[in-house]
Design a protein around this ligand. Structure first.
Ligand SMILES: [Zn+2]
Length: 181
C-alpha cells in the first residue's frame, strides 16, 4: 500500500466520507486501543461502517456537492430514497413519524419510527431485551424506537444509546432511558 502506484488504492475500498464526519474504522481502532472499550459504541460504529459500504452516493448528497460546487452527476439514488422515505410517512400502518438527514449518506431519507410505549408489540421488544429489570417509562409515553435510512440502509434501534452518549457527533434519536445498554 506504500508503493506509489497504490497511493490511490484506498479510494477503491474505503467508503466515502460520512455525513457525520466520523470515520467508523478509525474510531473502532481507537476504541479498542483504549483497552476499556464500550461494546455499545463498537456496535454503533460497526453499523455506521456497514452502512458506509452500502452507501450508493459515492460523491455525497446533491446538497453537499452543490456546496462544494462539484458537478452533480446523478442524484437518482438520493431522489428515489427521499421519495420512499416520504411515502413511509403516508403509510398508515407504519410507525414512521419523521424523516431526517442520514448521518451516513447525508440523504434526507432517515425514517424515524415511533411507538407508544404501552403498546404490546413494543413491550414485547423491551421484555425480550431486558426481562428482569424495570423500565422507566410512563404509560402512553411515545418514544422513537428505531431509525432506518432507505438510501444506505443505516439502521439502529433503542437497544443502543443515543450516539452523543458514545461521544459521536450525531443528534439524539430516543429520549427514554432503558437499563443496561
Ligand atoms: Zn443513509
Amino acid at each position: 500500500m506504500e508503493l506509489p502506484q497504490y497511493a490511490d488504492a484506498h479510494k477503491a475500498w474505503k467508503y466515502s466520507e460520512l455525513e457525520c464526519k466520523v470515520d467508523p474504522l478509525e474510531e473502532i481502532v481507537k476504541e479498542f486501543e483504549g483497552g476499556n472499550y464500550n461494546l455499545g459504541k463498537i456496535a454503533f460504529l460497526k453499523e455506521l461502517g456497514r452502512a458506509a459500504y452500502q452507501n450508493p452516493l459515492s460523491s455525497g448528497p446533491v446538497r453537499r456537492q452543490r456546496e462544494k460546487k462539484e458537478i452533480v452527476i446523478l442524484g437518482q439514488a438520493e431522489i428515489r430514497a427521499e421519495g420512499i422515505a416520504k411515502a413511509e410517512l403516508q403509510d398508515p400502518p407504519s410507525h414512521a413519524v419523521e424523516v431526517r438527514v442520514c448521518p451516513v449518506c447525508g440523504a434526507n431519507s432517515l425514517v424515524v419510527f415511533q411507538h407508544t410505549l404501552s403498546g404490546d408489540e413494543f413491550m414485547d421488544m423491551v421484555l425480550d431485551y431486558s426481562p428482569d429489570e424495570p423500565i422507566a417509562v410512563e404509560i402512553g409515553q411515545k418514544d422513537v424506537y428505531a431509525v432506518e435510512c432507505v438510501c444506505c440502509s443505516f439502521n439502529v434501534d433503542f437497544q443502543l444509546k443515543n450516539p452523543r452518549e458514545y461521544g459521536l457527533p450525531i443528534e439524539d434519536y430516543w429520549r427514554t432511558e432503558y437499563p443496561s445498554r
